[in-house]
Design a protein around this ligand. Structure first.
Ligand code: GUN
Length: 299
């Protein structure tokens, strides 16, 4: 028996449709069009693709997007000057600095500079800090982790008391998703390159979040039968049968895993589309808060 497929593409499309309707209502009521500034430094091809997709999604939702594509030679001062301008621009409600930044730039200083009310990516250290604390609410939650949680909720996956295993401890996905799972009363194990007996640890998981960036790493024998598998990985591998000679796969060996998992996300069409949907939601929320239609935060 195969696993139930978690259709992120359809769920994300529903969210985007809702954001579009709510944006239209907000514009009609306030005369203000929500605006997202997308800052991209350098020429990382994947980053260019992601920013293009985000800006297209904004346009489809009725959200203005302002693109700032800076050369790889941009200095720290130039980037900080731009952020300072965006922080006070009235037509910009959300600021997104696409990561990774080139090595010579200080990412922490840049993210700390973003106006916390416009931090739609949720990467400001104050927002991440609040995510890690009891009784605190970040103003925004990072888009991919929040998309993972939305998928689990849509599929009504019980989290309180569940054993959740997170593969990977990145700032962008692994750590924030682990914090969100703790907030929902899951018992969380974060695994990384030094974890002993990784397959044995993963086999304890009722819920597995794979976010390591290693193609097809998780095998069928690693999974507890019935486990819920959320695959955040997007890895390009050679495939002579594909038109361009490559295809995208996740961190989980899908063909194997779907034999034993209870539910599983495909790659592509699982978590990926959710990231953009959550960014749009955050941008509309930022605009509503800045313009005065208060929306409390809740991670
Ligand atoms: N790089 C990889 N994922 C993300 C993301 O969600 N936001 C930003 N800004 N950069 C990323």
């Amino acid at each position: 028996m195969g696993a139930v497929l978690i259709d992120g593409k359809t769920i994300a499309a529903q969210i985007r449709e809702r954001v579009k309707e709510q944006t239209a209502a907000f514009v009609a009521k306030t005369g203000v069009k929500p605006g997202l500034a997308a800052v991209l430094v350098g020429d990382n091809p994947a980053s260019h693709t992601y920013v293009k997709m985000k800006r297209k999604a904004c346009a489809e939702a009725g959200i203005e997007s302002f693109g700032f594509e800076l050369p790889a030679t941009t200095t720290q001062q130039e980037l900080e000057d731009l952020i300072n301008v965006l922080n006070i621009r009235q037509d910009v409600h959300g600021i997104l600095v696409q990561l990774p930044l080139p090595d010579h730039l200080n990412e922490e200083r840049v993210l700390r500079l973003v106006n916390i009310d416009k931090d739609v990516d949720g990467f400001h250290p104050e927002n991440i800090g609040k995510l890690a604390m009891k009784g605190r609410e970040p103003s925004f939650v990072p888009a991919t982790p929040s998309g993972v949680m939305r998928l689990l909720d849509e599929m009504k996956v019980p989290l309180a008391g569940a054993n959740a295993v997170v593969l990977g401890r990145s700032n962008i996905v692994g750590m924030p998703v682990a914090l969100l799972l703790v907030r929902r009363d899951a018992t969380v194990t974060v695994c990384h390159s030094r974890t002993k007996d990784l397959p044995g640890v993963v086999r304890q998981a009722d819920v597995l979040i794979a976010a390591v960036g290693r193609a097809n790493m998780v095998k069928q024998s690693w999974l507890k039968p019935g486990a819920v598998v959320i695959d955040v990985g997007i890895n390009r591998v050679d495939d002579p049968s594909a038109k361009n000679g490559t295809r995208l796969v996740g961190d989980v060996d899908f063909e194997e895993a779907e034999q034993v998992a209870g539910m599983i996300t495909p790659v592509p069409g699982g978590v990926g589309p959710m990231t953009i949907a959550m960014l749009l939601e955050n941008t509309l929320t930022a605009a509503k808060r800045i313009v005065g239609e208060a929306t409390p935060s809740k991670a």
